[in-house]
Design a protein around this ligand. Structure first.
Ligand SMILES: Nc1ncnc2c1ncn2[C@@H]1O[C@H](COP(=O)(O)OP(=O)(O)OP(=O)(O)O)[C@@H](O)[C@H]1O
Ligand SMILES: [Mg+2]
Length: 322
């Protein structure tokens, strides 16, 4: 659905995007994560033609994004809904008219029976049918984002671009908005691109994710593969450190990213090897509908070989931490 091939962009001397290659499939929920200033919003704005890029290709649904071809760009932008952190609703318009706004821009009538059915149907989808006459200031942040989502869908786009769409919302409301995005993806088959600095967002809904830093993609894959066993760059991003691990003995980290996470490995190992060890660090987290994570245990030097052999035969991925 979206092909980004070797894309570069600078603002003056500042290289904001450097050799970006990303392929996003039809119906996928794809995440782009990275620190502030990494270039995430710029990349999103290049995808929907709000910003130009210097070299490379961005192809959306088979059409190259070219901001100089105004007619073609208009068509492309019709195919891409977008939502933002600050919702961007017009305060003088009620909910219904905010959702109808893109239709107005396209010169469509917004009070015909078909238009009403469309708009009210979307308000039903986002759970705000009873708020159609409310003004934005009468809504909570979560409700405002729901209106923005309905508005982004009113022209039947194939792609929904989300730029920090949940960053201003509390964790509970964030979960609800993400569940709504998941429903839109499931029921309407819309491809969703999620730009965020929030790990939770990526873990809850993204099938794949790119980590970008300094305008480069430093890692790409399933969220569980990137975050359960992070490489050096992503460790820095997650701010995971092991300063608190014991200095005595051997620290062994185990990773659970597949069915092995259902096996009682730890208790089984203690019983089978007849040894004691302590659990000194761990995390278990939800990734879409699974729980994955990692544990660090501290074992005596003389037990190290036994433990490593046991983990191998139990098909657990492990490493000794230096
Ligand atoms: N119009 C512009 N002119 C000059 N520099 C810009 C412009 N837009 C963005 N930049 C710079 O490009 C870099 C990337 O910005 P961008 O907004 O894409 O980052 P981001 O990853 O979205 O960050 P955040 O998480 O804070 O939203 C930053 O250093 C920013 O200052
Ligand atoms: Mg941004």
């Amino acid at each position: 659905m979206v092909e980004i091939v070797n894309v570069n962009k600078s603002f003056g001397d500042l290289k904001v995007l450097q050799g970006i290659n990303i392929h996003i499939n039809d119906h996928e929920i794809y995440g782009i994560i990275g620190q502030s200033g990494a270039g995430k919003s710029t990349l999103l704005r290049c995808i929907n033609g709000l910003e130009s890029y210097d070299s490379g290709d961005i192809i959306v649904d088979g059409v190259k994004v070219n901001i100089h071809d105004k007619n073609q760009l208009r068509q492309l932008q019709k195919n891409m809904g977008m939502i933002f952190q600050n919702f961007n609703l017009l305060s003088r318009l009620n909910v219904y008219d905010n959702v109808a706004l893109p239709m107005k821009f396209w010169g469509m009538k917004t009070n015909t029976p078909e238009a009403r059915e469309k708009i009210l149907g979307l308000l039903r989808l986002v759970g705000l049918e009873d708020k159609k006459d409310a003004r934005p200031r009468e809504l909570s942040g979560g409700q405002m984002q729901r209106v923005a989502i309905a508005r982004a869908l009113v022209l039947d786009p194939k792609i929904l671009l989300c730029d920090e769409a949940t960053s201003a919302l509390d964790p509970g409301i964030t979960k609800e908005i993400l569940a709504l995005l998941q429903k839109i993806n499931d029921e309407m088959g819309i491809t969703i691109i999620v730009v965020t600095h929030q790990m939770e967002v990526v873990k809850q809904i993204c099938q794949r994710v790119s980590y970008i830093k300094g305008g480069r993609v430093l890692a790409e894959g399933k969220p569980e593969d990137l975050f359960v066993r992070p490489n050096k760059d992503i460790k820095g991003f997650l701010q995971e450190n092991s300063d608190l691990l014991p200095k005595e003995g051997v620290n062994i980290q185990m990773f659970f990213t597949d069915e092995s996470s259902d096996e009682p490995v730890i208790t089984g190992m203690a019983r089978n090897l007849g040894i004691d060890f302590s659990i000194c660090w761990g995390k278990l987290e939800d990734f879409r509908s699974n729980v994955f994570g990692s544990l660090v245990i501290n074992v005596k030097h003389e037990d190290q070989q036994k433990v490593c052999d046991y983990l191998d035969q139990a098909k657990v991925v492990w490493e000794v931490l230096e």
